[in-house]
Design a protein around this ligand. Structure first.
Ligand code: BGC
Length: 801
């Protein structure tokens, strides 16, 4: 190996080889999109196979279906893979269609350009007759008009002349086949409705089988050989498929250029009434590739001005941070302000978790609050629109208030499966994960955080306070007084999914999960703060609309003071009641035997053991508390409930739980990285951060990236730059800044919104340059390394630190 450090392009992700084993994971990472839709970076010529998987997903587009598993009817709601618009392939002199998996690749380069949003491909291939062909393509999803996607495909015979036949398609003869372990389930979600040809392409309309949503795609092609337009394009249809074919007589080194512009709409409530008509109209108005691109590039440029983070001194981190920002924008961008959807755990990039929405919003929305508050609000509105369903869910389980589902899809009902396939043992087992009621905590936390950062009182008046109080009500009804006059919360799971039940709890679930209980106490406390910040009339109007009585607040306070939060004598907060009595696992032996022990649960179950019996965790659980709220607040909540914590309780808990965590979720490392930095263990923190930052890039879990990116870790790793490395605490009324750059970073530059002011921060290892653009105040205060600083609006100042 050479000692030369690896260098990375700061504005692109590039691959210069083809590795069939890694291809699906690269397709996820090469996905293009705009928040409305995402299209995986599969090669144009590929159909779905074990190596390639072209998939296109639309935010919030789901379909429900039933499958028979072990004699049981299992219902699932899936993220629909919509007709593949990417397909474009060729053959030489009537031979076989080109197959990238069956040719000699002389050279290959693929590049996702974050700045323009384009995916580029360059190939030189040779067939068995020694004919060499150069292929290049570019494609993008318009950030300007989210319904438009476009492709520019070129081909040149390098050492021969021949008739090249092309086939381009809108292919609706597809199923959801992106996740191998879902193959036993019904994978067919779309049915053909109609398809017609036009002179330069045609259109296709399909419908989802249960949700009855129409999806229309319309396409136009322009084909030019050395600048001369080819007139003869023949289109034909099959049920659910539109095929456009043409032949080109190409001499050696003559280039054919094909432009494929596609417009996509659905009849989803937040989309349009007539999906087909809108597709046709938009397509007709759309210009050529470069015109559509120019509009999209301008939109991306505006977006990057708001979101970019510049890192100097570490080209890998720079590239990865922009990669994460890019994919977050593919998953949810300013286009989403008009879309009724949240950010799927695996983005618009794949089918894992069926496009469902989890608590992962907790890792993502705090970043959107700072960069694109309107998008954060739109995601909170996705939850608000499903508040009635959450109320019904609580009622059905015997509780008051609102209990949001662990996995949410189209209408907000619980979408979590009741059984789950263990790929290690090949067996289906019970799935208790819907007992992760802490998802409601994440939603309330995000409501509070959004309000705190943006000061959007209107949102709070109309929607936020109602959601927050209904969630508090749910928790108050879930807390039960025990014989010791203490309050206890039973039948829940914490974020650590390896512990599903205490041996003595029927139907799954644990008692007094520390993260849940501490956060519930925090919610109760914040409810008073939120109400105090609302004008009297607004408060009354919320109270009336949900029949809220102030005595409920008193009751919440009582629970808060008596909530069971067990702490050991040496200051370790017990993950849940009974955790300390569990067996220790021989971590070294398991590491030796299995090498990769991320999914210890599957390993133990396949060995006939139960993870419930051991002290282990999939991801941060107790430690999550220190990620969401400040150390001081944890201490005050625990002490209010009658327990004592030593001064060094954070480091003690960090050390104790880190040793017993397998990082089976990508969400784990970033939390530990954050806490390592908080504990002053900088080297470990930097390493854990780097691991988290490259979790998708290196497909750290060995295959899961192929099924979609991990939006939570992408959001959290970007946010951590502001929270930890720039050291900004956003949770107080004024900002506190304590920068501490990773050892390699020389400079860090970014901007963000806080309380309606826009901050521009430029940091070196010992200087902070800061400017605040404000339309509401002339003077802004903040605290830099414990020193109160006064700053005049719109004036850049530089401070040594
Ligand atoms: C994690 C959950 C997460 C889910 C979706 C699981 O592996 O344990 O915390 O919400 O993935 O990202």
């Amino acid at each position: 190996m050479s000692d030369k450090p690896e260098t990375f392009h700061s504005w692109s992700l590039e691959y210069s080889d083809y590795d069939a084993k890694k291809e699906k994971s690269r397709e996820s990472l090469l996905t293009i999109g705009n928040g409305y839709l995402g299209s995986r970076g599969a090669m144009e010529e590929a159909n779905a196979s074990d190596t390639n998987y072209p998939g296109t997903y639309i935010a919030g587009l789901y379909n429900r279906s039933t499958s028979k598993i072990a004699d049981k009817d299992i219902e699932n709601e899936d993220f629909v893979n919509v007709p593949n618009w990417l397909y474009l392939n060729f053959k030489i002199n009537g031979g076989e269609w080109f197959d990238v998996n069956n040719c000699k690749l002389i050279s290959i380069n693929r590049k996702l350009d974050f700045c323009s949003g384009q995916l580029h491909k360059y190939l030189v291939v040779e067939d068995e007759k020694g004919r060499q062909t150069a292929i290049s393509s570019k494609r993008f999803a318009s950030m300007h008009n989210p319904h438009l996607v476009a492709m520019d495909y070129r081909l040149k015979p390098l050492n021969y002349s021949a008739k090249i036949s092309f086939q381009s398609a809108l292919d609706g003869q597809i199923i959801n086949d992106g996740v191998t372990r879902y193959r036993d389930l019904n994978q067919k979600h779309i049915e053909p409705v109609d398809q017609k040809t036009t002179k330069n392409g045609g259109w296709l309309k399909v419908r989802t089988s249960q949700s009855k949503i129409e999806i229309a795609e319309a396409v136009k092609h322009t084909v030019k050989i050395e600048g001369e337009k080819l007139a003869e394009l023949n289109s034909r249809t099959e049920e659910g498929k539109l095929i456009t074919e043409f032949n080109c007589e190409l001499r050696q080194n003559e280039e054919v250029k094909i432009e494929k512009i596609v417009s996509i709409y659905t009849s989803k409530k937040d989309d349009v009434a007539d999906a087909l008509q809108s597709s046709l109209d938009t397509l007709e108005r759309a210009g050529c590739y470069s015109e559509v691109l120019d509009e999209s590039k301008a939109a991306w440029k505006k977006l990057w001005q708001k979101i970019d983070i510049v890192i100097e001194g570490d080209s890998k981190s720079q590239m990865l941070v922009r990669l994460h920002l890019f994919h977050l924008m593919v998953a949810a961008s300013p286009n989403n302000t008009n879309i009724d959807a949240s950010i799927a755990a695996r983005g618009l990039h794949g089918e894992a978790y069926r496009g469902h929405i989890f608590w992962d919003e907790l890792y993502i929305l705090p970043l959107y609050n700072l960069l694109l508050p309107n998008v954060a609000k739109s995601v909170l509105m996705y939850r608000y629109r499903r508040l009635n369903e959450a109320r019904a869910n609580a009622k059905q389980h015997g509780y008051s208030g609102a209990m949001f589902p662990w996995q949410s899809g189209s209408d907000g009902r619980e979408e979590t499966q009741v059984i789950h396939l263990n790929p290690v043992s090949g067996e289906w087992g019970d799935d208790y994960s819907s007992l992760q009621r802490h998802v409601s905590i994440a939603i309330a936390y995000n409501v509070w955080y959004y309000f705190h950062v943006t000061g959007d009182t209107e949102f709070m008046k109309k929607y936020g306070a109602e959601m927050f109080l209904e969630i508090c009500r749910f928790w108050a009804s879930k807390a039960k007084k025990d014989t010791n006059n203490q309050y206890s919360i039973a039948n829940v799971m914490g974020p650590d999914e390896f512990h599903e039940t205490n041996t003595n709890t029927k139907g799954g679930g644990l008692t007094d999960n520390a993260y849940t209980n501490i956060m519930v106490a925090w919610l109760f406390e914040k409810s008073r703060e939120i109400l105090n910040k609302l004008p009297e009339a607004a408060q009354q109007s919320v109270f009336t609309s949900i029949k809220f009585e102030e005595k409920e607040l008193d009751y919440w306070n009582t629970i808060e003071e008596k909530l069971h939060i067990p702490v050991s004598d040496n200051g370790i907060i017990e993950q849940f009641d009974g955790y300390f009595k569990l067996k220790e696992l021989d971590w070294e032996a398991y590491r030796k035997k299995y090498n990769n022990i991320y999914r210890l649960d599957r390993i133990l179950k396949a060995e006939g053991k139960s993870p419930d019996d051991f002290k282990l965790a999939k991801q941060a659980d107790t430690l999550m508390t220190f990620y969401t709220i400040d150390e001081k607040d944890v201490k005050s909540i625990v002490e209010k409930s009658g327990r004592h914590l030593p001064d060094d309780f954070l480091s003690k808990n960090y050390e104790y739980y880190l040793k017993r965590t397998s990082h089976g979720s990508t969400l784990s490392r970033v939390v530990h990285a954050y806490l390592a930095n908080k504990c002053g263990i900088k080297e470990d923190g930097d390493q854990l951060y780097l691991d988290a930052l490259q979790s998708d890039f290196s497909d750290i879990q060995g295959g899961t990236t192929a099924e979609g990116i991990h939006a939570g870790v992408m959001g959290a790793t970007v946010l951590m730059i502001m929270k930890t490395f720039a050291g900004i605490n956003f949770k107080k009324e004024i900002l506190e800044i304590n920068p501490s750059l990773p050892s390699k970073w020389e400079k860090l530059k970014f901007s963000f919104w806080f309380k309606q002011n826009q901050y521009f921060v430029d940091l070196t290892r010992n200087k902070l340059a800061i400017r605040v653009k404000s339309e509401i105040s002339d003077q802004i205060h903040f605290i830099l390394m414990d020193k109160k600083i006064l700053l005049y609006a719109n004036k850049k100042e530089v401070f040594n630190y």
